[in-house]
Design a protein around this ligand. Structure first.
Ligand code: SIN
Length: 473
């Protein structure tokens, strides 16, 4: 494994100062990675810019064949990638394996989709003209990816970009660069031409500055916080940068009186505790109708008590460590604030005895809007439950946030479910489903949760320019 930057087909950066990568389960230093900055980002952009001419000239079938080969290599290296991911990020090995497949599937899906980038013909108003819409790759794409899904967020951007004929410069999170480096190593093995894929790791501000200000970068695609997304929008204004932003969430889960308890508990656990609650689409506040409130909490608590906390490398672990101590402190602060405002801890509510960035999966009941955990994203294993009476009240509570990424509704009633969902301002809805993400479906949010969609047939549009051509004949 190289632990280096990859620019213009060469592994480089040995001469740079290094950033340590730590295992959040043990605190152990597991690698050192060069700390790139402005010069490396500029070199990578230059390489991607040079490579664009030839890469964009390949046929969709050539690009699809390479992407398919790349997909196969990712699958062949499932164990290695999953272990790297668990060691640098903390998620349990079984979840890491799931993420490797999820990541690989984006590459495979867009290999197929490359062949379906269709233009349009438009009925003409003039017998002597033919009107058409052609599709072209946008150009150099800079992809900034987060630590919580070190593989899938990268391939969700890289897959459609490469399929469309764009070249890419990747900047993964400095907390979890190892999975990304391995994925680039496999791309090299697959045979992508030099300059088509580049990776720089290091100073977010210096690298981000180059991405946003260099006019050769035609598009920046970012997954991360709303706070940083707003900064990127401002920085990109001077070059009218095309942006895709997948930002913060604060997902509501609405459980109606008629919900199927087993299905609901299963869905809520999947939504809330996946990746120890460190997922933008994780349920962050649970609204339960009064008729089912106590019954739901009992069943939910029984299931959550069974979840095993520990080092993700150990067999049977469900909840790994949080990424760092600040993550643990945020959960603790939300719990403390909730108790101070009158909520009751049902399960958890503390750190386990093991050393490391752990927090026990926690359920808190009798939550209300005054509490911090009901107003902002916790990004940890804390499940607050609030009682509601009417459907209007649930919709008001659910929409009362600047965010609009994912929401969940549990009801067996078709009409009620449909009416509620139509009123929810969220880009993704799980109806009796705690895990709606799928490579073939559009992922993205409304309001301050972002711009654009990733995945699915919609996910390639952001990497394509539309060119209207009027032909006189
Ligand atoms: C995210 O947290 O943004 C990604 C989650 C997913 O793809 O399901």
């Amino acid at each position: 494994m190289k632990n280096l930057l990859y620019i213009d087909g060469k592994w480089t950066g040995n001469n740079l100062s290094k950033n340590a990568v730590h295992n959040p389960a043990t605190g152990e230093r597991i690698a050192e990675v060069p700390r790139g900055g402005k010069a490396e980002a500029m070199a990578a952009v230059e390489a991607a810019y040079k490579a664009f001419e030839e890469w964009s000239d390949t046929t969709a079938y050539e690009r699809a064949a390479l992407l398919k080969k790349y997909y196969g290599l990712i699958i062949d290296h499932e164990d290695e990638l999953a272990e790297l991911m668990t060691k640098e990020m903390g998620k349990p090995l079984k979840e890491a394996r799931g993420e490797v497949h999820y990541a690989a599937n984006y590459i495979e899906w867009y290999a197929e989709q490359a062949k379906r980038i269709y233009g349009e013909t438009i009925p003409t108003h003039d017998k002597n003209k033919r009107l058409q819409v052609w599709k072209k790759p946008v150009g150099v794409v800079a992809a900034i990816t987060p630590w919580n899904f070190p593989a899938a967020m990268l391939t969700r951007k890289m897959g459609p970009a490469l399929a469309a004929g764009c070249t890419v410069v990747i900047k993964p999170s400095s907390d979890t660069p190892l999975t990304a480096i391995k994925l680039v190593e496999l791309a090299e093995e697959a045979g992508f031409p030099k300059g088509v894929i580049n990776i720089v790791i290091g100073s977010s501000s210096e690298i981000g500055d180059v991405f946003l200000s260099d006019s050769r970068v035609r598009k920046v695609t970012f997954t991360g916080s709303t706070e940083v997304g707003k900064i990127l929008m401002k920085q990109g204004a001077d070059t009218i940068k095309k942006l895709s932003l997948e930002l913060g969430g604060h997902a509501p889960i609405i459980v109606l009186n008629d919900a199927d308890i087993d299905k609901t508990v299963q869905g809520v656990v999947a939504s809330k505790f996946r990746n120890a609650g460190q997922t933008c689409v994780c349920g962050n506040r649970i609204y339960v109708q009064s008729g089912i409130y106590e019954q739901f909490i009992d069943a939910f608590a029984t299931r959550v008590k069974e979840l095993k906390v520990g080092n993700g490398m150990e067999e049977g672990v469900d909840i790994g460590p949080l990424i760092n101590q600040a993550g643990v402190e945020k959960v603790a602060q939300h719990v403390e604030d909730a108790v101070k405002h009158g909520a009751t801890i049902v399960v958890g509510g503390e750190q386990p005895k093991e050393k490391g960035n752990y927090y026990k999966p926690t359920i808190i009941k009798d939550a209300n809007e005054e509490m911090l955990m009901m107003r902002e994203e916790t990004f940890g294993p804390l499940a607050p439950v609030q009682k509601f009476e009417t459907i209007e009240e649930a919709i008001r509570l659910a929409n009362d946030t600047p965010y609009g990424l994912a929401a969940y509704v549990f009801t067996e009633n078709l009409s009620l479910g449909t009416n509620i969902i139509e009123k929810l301002d969220y880009g993704i809805i799980g109806w009796n489903d705690g895990a709606p993400s799928a490579v073939q479906a559009p992922f993205g949010g409304m309001k301050e949760s972002g711009l654009g969609r990733e995945g699915g047939q919609q996910g390639i549009d952001d990497f394509l320019e539309m060119q209207y051509v009027s032909i006189g004949i």
